[in-house]
Design a protein around this ligand. Structure first.
Ligand code: FEO
Length: 170
């Protein structure tokens, strides 16, 4: 059994990860709708990753005998003003998720819940990678994406991304 304050935050994190998956699906659709299939693919993989993150939290709750309380998933409501905006919004969103993971970690630390801290270690590292990946994409878009040929090359490169299931075993 876990502390109630921890399970509340873990439950809320499950919803945030599912929302992330939904948000990135919306971004993926936006790019596919605009014939940028590589960007669509890249965000489609993000969608799969976020779903996998949510399921890791579900599994952790279940492994500890805790009941998962699923909440409604908010509708993504961003109106994209241009191809760069989805990237900026994705970066902002990853910073928000990192803060959310850090908040759970801080509570686990305060409660001396070492098991949850160890579980979250993977997510702390993963968030660092997620932030770096989106930040790099933003910077490369600024450098090359405003030119049609540059945008085409980035899109072609992003088309090759494939989904790899998280390596975390719980
Ligand atoms: Fe599961 Fe990108 O945070």
């Amino acid at each position: 059994m876990l502390n109630k304050k921890i399970t509340d935050l873990l439950n809320s994190q499950i919803n945030k990860e599912f929302y992330s998956s939904y948000l990135y699906l919306d971004m993926s659709n936006y790019y596919y709708d605009n014939s940028l299939n590589g960007f669509g693919n890249w965000f489609g993989i993000q969608t799969q990753e976020e779903y996998a993150h949510a399921m890791l939290f579900v599994k952790y709750m279940q492994n500890n005998g805790e009941k998962v309380a699923l909440e409604a998933i908010k509708k993504p409501d961003i109106v994209y003003a241009g191809f760069k905006q989805a990237l900026d919004e994705a970066y902002k969103h990853e910073l928000y998720i990192s803060q959310s993971i850090n908040d759970i970690y801080a509570l686990a630390y305060e409660l001396k819940d070492f098991k949850t801290m160890q579980f979250l270690d993977w997510f702390v590292k993963e968030q660092g990678e997620e932030e770096k990946n989106v930040d790099e994409l933003c910077k490369r878009f600024d450098l090359f994406g405003t030119d049609a040929r540059g945008l085409y090359l980035i899109d072609t490169e992003l088309a090759s991304r494939v989904f790899t299931a998280p390596s975390l075993v719980i």
